[in-house]
Design a protein around this ligand. Structure first.
Ligand code: DAH
Length: 337
């Protein structure tokens, strides 16, 4: 029997090229290489062939075998690619929903509070989280080795203060140092709001954390009085906590303000706390020593300052019982806000 090797090669090539699926391709492979395929049939007929025919048919069968194997592998790759492509554009397959994130509740609270003050003409400023003892304490009339420093327990860094011999840098324990930095840069009149992170080495529990956020306010002008401070904070509390909020200014001590007060409020929005006075901020008239440290000369300026804890306000407003939930990154908590 004689075989037209070139014609068979052309057939294999055409068959492989027209195989439209993996099953069809397997059928092509079997047609040539399967037990009952063409190549085994060629070998089977070798017994009765002459030596010259044997050589020609053997070589031809081997060529067809190699060609079939090569074409099957190549066609498989093409089919696999096109299968993937079909998948990618199959609009009937349901998509995977990744979910949309939201702003963290602490950032939302900072934005909301700052918005209220911005509407009243305040400008947002920021100060560094790594501070010197000068800005965190001395400039705020908290002298070195004075007991009032104890209430601002502080993380000291293993880094020397380049501006003060023998002193170390620290993580700011409140946002008040921002007051001095702003006054050093700008002349009055000014009204600024300074949000940011603060750090204290407190043992962590439901209401304490070693890192939390504060918002500081400072207004300096001529003839600013405590009545202005009361008016501004009353306007803020009504806008932020509701117009029926009740407020009281309770005398207090802060080294950087004189006189000083703490503000307590009662608000209907605090779930389960109806009728309770809740402290929300500290405030007072800027102490002359602070003006002096900031480089303001003379007596012509007066001003007030205030500071509030963001976590505390968010916890009161949303009925959150544990400050740790803010940093645990539990999506079930975060996605509620
Ligand atoms: N810095 C104070 C604290 O961390 C809060 C504070 C109180 C800020 C009175 C002020 C202020 O600006 O006038 O406890």
């Amino acid at each position: 029997m004689t075989w037209d090797i070139e014609r068979i090669k052309a057939e294999v090539t055409a068959d492989a090229a027209s195989a439209g699926s993996l099953d069809a391709l397997e059928a092509v492979r079997l047609k040539y290489l399967g037990k009952k395929g063409l190549v085994p049939e060629m070998y089977a007929g070798l017994g009765s062939a002459s030596a010259e025919e044997k050589r020609a048919i053997g070589k031809g069968a081997n060529d067809i075998k190699v060609l079939t194997e090569t074409l099957v592998v190549e066609r498989k790759a093409v089919l696999a690619l096109s299968v993937k492509r079909v998948d990618a554009f199959d609009v009937s397959i349901p998509g995977v929903c990744r979910g949309v994130g939201t702003k963290h509740l602490i950032d939302q609270t900072i934005d909301e509070i700052c918005d209220v003050f911005e509407c009243m003409g305040f400008v947002i400023q920021r100060g560094p989280e790594i501070e010197s003892e000068f800005y965190n304490f001395s400039a705020l009339n908290i002298p070195l080795d004075h007991p009032s420093r104890d209430s601002f327990d502080t993380f000291y860094l293993d880094a020397k203060d380049p501006d003060a011999i023998g002193r170390h840098l620290l993580l700011r324990s409140h946002t008040s140092p921002g007051q001095v930095r702003v006054m050093q840069k700008h002349n009055p009149p000014m009204a600024v709001i300074i949000p940011g992170k603060v750090y204290r080495p407190d043992a962590v529990d439901a209401s304490h954390s070693f890192m939390f956020h504060q918002i500081e306010g400072l207004l300096v002008n001529k003839n600013v009085t405590f009545a202005d401070l009361k008016g501004l904070l009353t306007a803020f509390c009504k806008k932020y906590f509701g117009y029926d909020v009740k407020m009281r200014f309770r005398p207090h001590f802060f080294p950087f303000t004189e006189p000083s007060a703490e503000v307590d409020i009662q608000s209907n929005i605090f779930k389960g706390r109806a009728g309770k006075w809740l402290e929300i901020l500290g405030c007072g008239m800027v102490h002359p020593k602070v003006f002096e440290a900031a480089g303001y000369q003379g007596q012509e300026h007066s001003g007030f300052a205030f500071g509030m804890g963001v976590e505390r306000i968010a916890m009161l407003k949303h009925g959150i019982g544990d400050i740790r939930t803010f940093v645990e990154n539990d999506v079930r908590f975060l996605k509620q806000f």
